[in-house]
Design a protein around this ligand. Structure first.
Ligand SMILES: Cc1cc2nc3c(=O)[nH]c(=O)nc-3n(C[C@H](O)[C@H](O)[C@H](O)COP(=O)(O)OP(=O)(O)OC[C@H]3O[C@@H](n4cnc5c(N)ncnc54)[C@H](O)[C@@H]3O)c2cc1C
Length: 694
């Protein structure tokens, strides 16, 4: 298969944005040129199209070179009976766990995991790595890292470099999710400054900057009691003793300096800080190159992962999240119903009736138009706003998030004021995610949108759902992520499955426990809102298993309809927890969901918990490793997180060390020290054995 190269990204017209008029000045419709050296925001030398490939590409073979050098070509091998081993559900079978590894690799893992158990080493790992770099020089330090930590947790420097690793995993039944793992190495102070700059709305920052002057919409901020929903709320809050839960919820969508460094307390997830639009363009290009790499090196059976905070300014996600909560409250006030709009408890007609009683509706064309634009089906309301207008046409946030005032019937902005620049930045963010998903759809690569902090998550999840609606019409291309440490996880998941069914699109979900627990708890306590996280680990595990069971029961239900209806739901069990994997497998057996149906797949990180991933893959389950790659001296922050995460899971680490020790002993005693890992497994989803030409 020839190496595939995605053409100029944004310019590909992934989004139907150009079709509609915009109230913005056309010269503002632009994205800064990503590879121009440090272009300042607002600079004039901008262009409205994607950039050429970024630096990872310079270390990556070009399409032509790639064709010659290293290609994962499919040789016509008949699959025949797929080789599958019996799965030992104790996950303590060391031979099955490490047969894809040379003895040197087993020994390296043993040494690395032992080092991860030394507390001072883990606590000071960043300083030690910097010291190592300074004393030994980058080249020697890089070489040592490659033989140790880097070799354990990172697959290679570039697309060409990771192919042998990916290929070897494939021959042992394990597929890949590619993740370009270069992370910014900035101090806490820098992170806080960058975050506060990016998270505070322009209008609150600098009233002298003409760019920061709020757009004069119908909400000018001059007469808040009449015009602004938020001020209307504060009046009502005082007068009507508005529910504490609602006030609690609103509090969390404000940036807070103490939590400006979003990395703190987080070891199992990457953090992106917003620098400017050019950087976001670069990030988009990186994601596009990952998608190409997936298409190219995994025969499109691999996956790619995307983070929305990498693609735009985070305050916009915060403000959008806040609007979602405000909209819920508005809906509750009019309908008299608790809960979310798309729970479908209220029909459009009933909503309209209540609205007529409360607001000045008759003879009010704006309010009538607004009501007629709401999305509903025979079960009831789905959305108050035109999300597709936002995603697919040039509608601005302030145009979409308008509602009639309950007393006067006049249309008002539900969102706090955005400047034209912010509207532009939001538009750019949507264009980028659309460009990525459109490319993924063309190349038949599935993309998981990662879940992040609770104050971004309502917006991320909503955008992910809209993207599913757009791209998952014939198969599951886009996956949303559900964090089961959240008290509301099952509720959100159930509603989203329901929405997918009502709006007739394929639903993809990655289930995780959640990576931001400590930070979420500390923030809730500091800012005085209810802790959004389940009270303990057991409650999180129970939530995880309930979410998983809900999805699987739904698959089972759909299966009864025939026509491959069960394929309308796809789940990734992204966890290193053996009990959770056992639960999934048990439930699959109970409901007759076969491993090779690819309805359920499993995900673990490269270099961690091989005792779960490899036996699963070799037993014919669909399983993925998150495969990080990037130049050795630039992935140190990633390695530092890996060291910390491993250092924090001592009991899992003990199990892995014990298994590695047993395998080493077995190889020595049986004379298998020179074991050459050559697998003949065909991963689920492959019809033929992938072949690697070196
Ligand atoms: C392939 C993959 C993709 C991922 N993608 C994302 C993502 O998009 N977003 C994201 O947030 N995370 C993501 N993660 C990380 C994930 O959320 C977990 O942090 C990590 O996997 C550890 O959970 P576990 O189930 O593997 O292991 P376990 O060790 O069984 O569980 C640890 C987790 O349990 C929860 N927990 C621990 N103690 C408590 C407590 N006292 N109260 C409540 N809950 C508790 C926490 O979530 C903690 O991380 C991903 C992980 C993988 C493997």
């Amino acid at each position: 298969m020839a190496t595939q190269r995605i053409a100029s990204a944004s310019a590909r017209g992934a989004v139907g944005h150009s079709s509609k008029k915009s109230s913005l000045n056309p010269s503002n419709r632009r994205i800064l040129q990503a590879n121009a050296p440090a272009l300042a925001e607002g600079s004039q030398s901008c262009r409205w199209k994607s950039t050429p490939a970024i630096d990872i590409n310079s270390s990556v073979v070009s399409s032509k070179e790639g064709d010659k050098d290293i290609i994962s070509v499919v040789k016509d091998l008949p699959t025949g009976e797929r080789r599958t081993d019996k799965l030992d559900l104790s996950f303590l079978d060391h031979q099955a766990a490490f047969k894809s590894k040379t003895t040197w690799e087993v020994l390296r893992a043993y040494v690395v995991f032992n080092l991860c158990a030394i507390r001072p080493l883990v606590d000071h790992n960043e300083k030690l790595m910097k010291l190592g770099q300074a004393v030994l020089g980058k080249a020697l330090f890089g070489a040592i890292m490659k033989r140790t930590f880097y070799g354990q947790f990172v697959a290679g420097e570039n697309r060409a470099g990771i192919k042998p690793v990916i290929h070897r995993m494939h021959t042992f039944g394990v597929k890949s999710i590619l993740d370009y793992s270069v992370e910014e190495d900035i101090t806490q102070e820098q992170a806080e400054k960058i975050e506060m700059d990016a998270c505070v709305p322009d209008a609150q920052k600098d009233s002298h900057n003409p760019e920061a002057v709020p757009h004069k919409g119908n909400y000018t901020g001059e007469n808040p009691t009449e015009n602004s929903i938020s001020d209307q709320e504060s009046l009502q809050e005082n007068q009507l003793n508005v529910s504490k839960t609602y006030l609690d919820e609103i509090k969390r969508y404000k940036a807070h300096k103490n939590f400006g460094d979003r990395r703190s307390g987080v070891s199992s997830a990457r953090t992106y800080f917003y620098q400017n639009e050019a950087q976001c363009e670069k990030n988009m290009e990186t994601f596009l190159r990952c998608i190409e790499a997936v298409a190219d090196s995994t025969n499109s059976t691999g996956l790619a992962a995307v983070k929305l905070t990498a693609l735009g300014r985070p305050n916009l996600l915060m403000q959008l999240s806040e609007v979602i909560v405000r909209a819920r409250r508005y809906y509750q006030e009019i309908s008299g119903q608790e809960g979310f709009v798309h729970e479908g408890k209220v029909s459009k007609e009933a909503f309209e009736k209540r609205f007529k009683e409360k607001a000045n509706y008759e003879g009010n064309p704006d309010a009538q138009k607004w009501l007629s634009n709401m999305t509903a089906d025979k079960k009831g309301l789905i959305h108050l706003f035109s999300w597709s207008g936002l995603i697919d046409s040039d509608l601005l946030l302030r145009e979409v998030f308008q509602v009639p005032n309950l007393k006067t019937g006049k249309m008002e902005n539900m969102m706090n004021v955005l400047t034209e620049r912010e509207e532009e930045q939001f538009h750019n963010m949507l264009t980028r995610i659309n460009t990525i998903l459109s490319a993924a759809s063309d190349l038949d690569v599935r993309v998981m949108i990662d879940a992040e902090q609770t104050y971004f998550q309502p917006a991320i999840s909503r955008i992910a759902m809209e993207m599913m609606k757009k791209y998952n019409q014939e198969k599951t291309i886009v996956f949303n992520t559900y964090q089961c440490y959240m008290k509301i996880a099952l509720h959100s998941l159930t509603l989203d499955i329901e929405q997918a069914s009502r709006q007739n699109f394929y639903f993809g979900a990655k289930l995780v426990r959640g990576a931001y627990m400590e930070q979420e708890r500390a923030r809730a306590e500091d800012l005085g809102y209810e802790d959004p996280i389940n009270p303990n680990f057991e409650a999180t595990s129970e939530m995880y298993h309930n979410c998983l069971a809900t999805c699987m029961n739904r698959m089972h239900e759909l299966k009864q309809y025939g026509n491959d209806m069960e394929k309308r739901i796809g789940i990734m069990v992204a966890s290193h927890n053996a009990d959770t994997i056992r639960f999934a497998i048990q439930k699959m057996k109970e409901l007759g969901i076969e491993p090779d149906e690819r309805l359920i797949c499993f995900g673990q990180l490269y270099g961690m918990c091989d005792n779960l991933s490899f036996p699963l893959g070799q037993a014919g389950y669909s399983v993925y490793k998150y495969v990080p790659y990037g130049p050795v001296n630039e992935v140190l922050p990633y390695l530092s997180r890996r060291a910390r995460e491993n250092g924090g899971m001592l009991s899992k680490l003990d199990t892995e060390k014990k298994l590695l020790r047993k395998e080493l002993t077995r190889r020595v005693l049986t004379g298998k020290i020179f074991h050459k890992p050559e697998g003949d497994y065909v991963p689920v989803g492959f019809e033929k054995m992938p072949r690697f030409n070196s």
